[in-house]
Design a binder for this molecule. Structure first.
Ligand code: 3PG
Length: 306
């Protein structure tokens, strides 16, 4: 019997927790729940005696990993695993996995919710505008990008995509126009939806130079990571370009700096993209099944620290 910890600062919907519990217990393991914890020490105490842990954006630092001599696997129920110290995990022979694709539709839907709220002026009675026939550029054509494309087509938008890791043929197969450079994407798109991961190549890559290429009334929607934005450049750009809006599912470091841009920024209180019952169930079930499979047969599909 293994101890499987679900450590979520931002909890899953109860229905998802019940399903995770069912899968874990059916396989003969024990489920331990640590939700809405406020101190790192609580996470460390719980991880110390766990064999597996399911997390969301919870920070699994070197300190957390090294605190446990029982931990064998960490599953990030979601896509981005920049919150896990992969090198520390590898050193300790801890397998790290994600559950790609499981929460993508929820994130894509939120991107549209934010765009519509913005172009309809926060529903304040003023006349707004529509998405139809506008151009949206999808920056990175992965699982979320694909759902954004699908929904955008339903809105009657022209859809462009840039992703150096996806072939033009694959993008074209979905009826989307691939563009040859990130600069071209920003130049041609009134709306840009960001779906790049946060890594050493992408951090602070959305900078003044790139934003300056965007056309009149441009909107940047960030449901990816705050780290990919060059925040000082963003503030400078918004001071100059009174027609530009920045919508983000992740609060910037200097949130108060944006108060002067009333009506042109929108930040959710707590990363809300994947916060739907459906996404919680999908990602939670996938994480639980991956852990059960790992303990049963050593299955390492979706391992990210190889
Ligand atoms: C992800 O990487 O899967 C998303 O950013 C969702 O993160 P969350 O599980 O913390 O909501």
């Amino acid at each position: 019997m293994k101890k499987v910890l679900v450590a979520t600062d931002k909890p899953f919907a109860p229905v998802a927790v019940n399903k995770i519990k069912e899968i874990i217990e059916k396989a003969g393991h024990e489920l331990v729940l640590l939700e809405k914890y406020t101190e790192k020490s609580q996470l460390i105490e719980a991880v110390k005696v766990a064999n597996a842990v399911i997390i969301r954006s919870d920070i699994i630092s070197q300190e957390v990993i090294e605190a446990s001599n029982t931990l064998e696997i960490v599953v990030r129920a979601g896509a981005g695993y920049d919150n896990v110290d992969l090198a520390a995990a590898t050193n300790k022979k801890v397998v790290v996995m994600n559950t790609p694709g499981q929460n993508s539709n929820a994130v894509a839907e939120l991107a549209f919710g934010m765009m519509i709220y913005n172009i309809r002026k926060g529903f304040n009675g003023a006349s707004g505008s529509e998405l139809r026939e506008k151009t949206i550029g999808i920056h990175a054509y992965g699982n979320v990008g694909k759902y954004v494309a699908l929904i955008a087509k339903g809105f009657g938008m022209k859809v462009l995509a840039f992703d150096p890791f996806v072939s033009n043929e694959l993008i074209q197969k979905d009826g989307i126009e691939p563009v040859g450079s990130v600069e071209e994407l920003y130049k041609r798109s009134q709306f840009v939806s960001l779906h790049i991961p946060a890594n050493k190549d992408t951090k602070q890559s959305i900078n003044y130079q790139l934003l300056s290429l965007m056309p009149k009334n441009a909107v940047l929607v960030n449901t990816a990571r705050k780290e990919v934005i060059h925040e000082a450049d963003m503030i400078k750009f918004m001071e100059e370009r009174k027609d530009f809006s920045y919508l983000s599912d992740i609060e910037p470091d200097n949130k108060s700096e944006f108060e002067k841009f009333a009506g042109r920024y929108l930040f959710t209180a707590k990363k809300m993209g994947a916060q739907t019952e459906e996404a919680n169930i999908n990602a939670g079930i996938a994480a639980a099944n991956q852990i059960v499979g790992f303990f049963a047969t050593g299955d390492k599909t979706f391992q990210v620290n190889k």
